[in-house]
Structures are given as structure tokens and as C-alpha cells.
Design a protein around this ligand. Structure first.
Ligand code: PMV
Length: 312
């Protein structure tokens, strides 16, 4: 049996903007999707044992099958190869946490092990990028990169199709965060397409917002490296404002953001594709983290308390 894992992630700066070439900052979290794969008689059989938001597995089913077909092609594996695939692990199937990319990386690694193929991370990342196209249409590559390599990363897509710019960032100490889930499953592909359409219709407005997003990511990087967490939180709040302007936030996400800020979070924003899915709040220190997490739990929603910037 072959085994593999992929990291979940939160985007601190630049979701959606990264698809169009702006830089982004992403941190892997300590939850992973794990996969086990065994050669089987016929077809691809998937057993999905992940804890998920209601309706997640059903909503993603067709995209999941397409993603595995794309992955096999990218890995040069005969599409008729029979495989039994089990997916589990500590990363919940909530939209926004890169669960699809984490599962693609986990499955690609498990398939490689089961078929005794020596595949370097770079190739696993490429296969997961191809698989992500099923879930995101035109993905930036930020999710599969975080899922493959882990850690805290600066990411910029090469719009000419060359190698993306990926740099590892380091912070003085890991920083506590709280992730709150709206419980709503979102369709990343539809969200990404809708942004591209609005951008095409309103180029002047969107170009200005995208420039601001780029400046925010650059400032966010400097602030992270200087470990100025108050300022970092403010920049994350600004990033949420831009995401509202490109219409990817939702009532539920805005409520979670407001709730976290009221409890003292240094900053809060939606994370990932939006339209449901998850919010990330910057909550340095165990006390603040606990306070924000409890408030979200008391509102009846699911919470993940974790850290960003943990060295791999
Ligand atoms: O919602 P998630 O976890 O799939 O994150 C999507 C991130 C986007 O920037 C919206 C898309 C992408 O490929 O970068």
C-alpha cells in the first residue's frame, strides 16, 4: 500500500489576486490530508473518510474524479490503472483551507509509492496543479505549492507559463491564528471565474484594486519579517476590504470577521476562495486565541486553532 500526505493552508494575503499575477502569502497549517492507495482490479474507487462541512463530498464528487484523471495523466500513468484510494487525515473538508490541493498532493504521493515511482516534490506539485484545474478552473498554483512544501511562503504565479516564484519566509516565532468555518461549501471554480468576468467588465476599477492587493502583499511580507503583528493585522483587515470590493465575501464571512475583531483579534479576513468557506483571524498568544475561538464556537460554528510560520 502507498501512503502520502499534503498540508492544509491559509492565505494571509492575495487570494484571487494571485490568479492574475499578483503576489500572495500563504502558510501551511499543521493539519494534513492523508491518503492510502492500493492497486486494484478495475477503475478508481474512492473512500473519503474526512470530516467535512455538510454537503462537501457530494458537491466536490465530480471534480474529485476529474482531478484524479488529470493527475494520472500528468504523472504519465495509464488511465485504466485500477486503484483503491482512501482519503482521511486531520484537515477537515471545509472550503478555503486548500483541502482539494492537500488531497491531490496526498493522493499523488500515495500513488507514486504504490506504483514504486520515484517522483520528486517538484513533479508532485505539478501533478497536483493539474489536478487543481478540476476544482478551480484556472488555479494560481498557490494551494498545491503550500500543500506540497509546507511552511510560510511568498508566491507569485509566472503569467508567461514559466516557473512560479516561490520563496520561503521566516518569522521570529510562530503566530497563533483562529480559523472559523461558515459551514458553507463554496465552488472555487465558480468564484474564480466570476472574478475574472467582473475584472474584464470593469478593467479600470479592478486594475486599481489589484494594484492595491499587490502593495498589501508586499507590505505584509515586510511586516511579517519585522514581526510587527499589530500592523500585520491591520493589513489583513485591508485585504478583507479588497476582497469585499471584488465581491467574494459573504454575509456569514463578514459576521465571522466582525466577531473576531470584536474579541480583540489583531486582524481578520476571509481566506481562500470565499463565497462561504473560512475566515482567518490573527490572534497572537494563547489567551487571545482562546477568546476568539470560544466566541466562534459559541456562535455554533466550527473552529480550528493553529499557528502560522511553524518551521518545517
Ligand atoms: O478556496 P481554496 O482553498 O480552494 O483557495 C482558493 C484560492 C484562490 O486564490 C481563490 C484560487 C487560486 O487558485 O489561487
Amino acid at each position: 500500500m502507498g501512503k502520502g500526505s499534503g498540508y492544509g493552508k491559509v492565505i494571509l494575503f492575495g487570494e484571487h489576486f494571485v490568479v492574475h499575477g499578483a503576489p500572495g502569502i500563504v502558510s501551511a497549517i499543521d493539519s494534513t490530508t492523508d491518503a492510502e492507495v492500493k492497486k486494484a482490479g478495475k477503475g478508481i474507487n474512492i473512500k473519503d473518510g474526512r470530516k467535512t462541512a455538510k454537503g462537501y463530498s457530494e458537491e466536490k464528487r465530480l471534480q474529485q474524479i476529474e482531478s484524479i484523471e488529470r493527475m494520472l495523466k500528468a504523472m504519465g500513468i495509464d488511465p485504466k490503472t485500477g486503484l483503491d484510494i482512501w482519503i482521511g487525515g486531520s484537515l477537515p473538508g471545509f472550503s478555503g483551507l486548500g483541502a482539494s490541493a492537500a488531497s491531490s498532493v496526498a493522493i499523488a504521493r500515495a500513488i507514486a509509492q504504490e506504483l514504486e515511482m520515484q517522483i520528486p516534490d517538484e513533479k508532485i506539485n505539478q501533478a497536483a496543479y493539474e489536478a487543481e484545474k478540476a476544482y478551480a478552473g484556472n488555479p494560481s498554483g498557490i494551494d498545491n505549492t503550500a500543500a506540497t512544501y509546507g511552511g510560510l511562503l511568498w508566491f507569485r504565479k509566472d503569467m508567461a507559463g514559466g516557473a512560479d516564484k516561490v520563496e520561503r519566509l521566516r518569522v521570529r516565532r510562530p503566530i497563533e491564528i483562529v480559523i472559523g468555518s461558515t459551514g458553507k461549501v463554496a465552488n472555487t471554480k465558480a468564484m474564480v471565474e466570476a472574478v475574472a468576468e467582473r475584472k474584464k467588465k470593469n478593467p479600470a476599477k479592478y486594475d486599481m484594486i489589484f494594484k492595491q492587493a499587490e502593495n498589501l502583499a508586499i507590505a505584509g511580507r515586510k511586516t511579517l519579517e519585522a514581526y510587527d503583528l499589530k500592523k500585520l493585522g491591520e493589513l489583513m483587515n485591508e485585504n478583507h476590504g479588497l476582497l469585499q470590493q471584488i465581491e467574494v465575501s459573504s454575509k456569514e464571512l463578514d459576521t465571522l470577521v466582525d466577531l473576531s475583531r470584536k474579541q480583540g483579534a489583531f486582524g481578520a479576513k476571509l481566506t481562500g476562495g470565499g463565497g462561504g468557506g473560512c475566515m482567518v483571524a490573527l490572534t497572537p498568544g494563547k489567551d487571545l486565541q482562546g477568546r476568539v475561538a470560544s466566541a466562534i464556537k459559541n456562535a455554533g460554528l466550527e473552529v480550528l486553532s493553529t499557528k502560522i510560520g511553524v518551521e518545517k
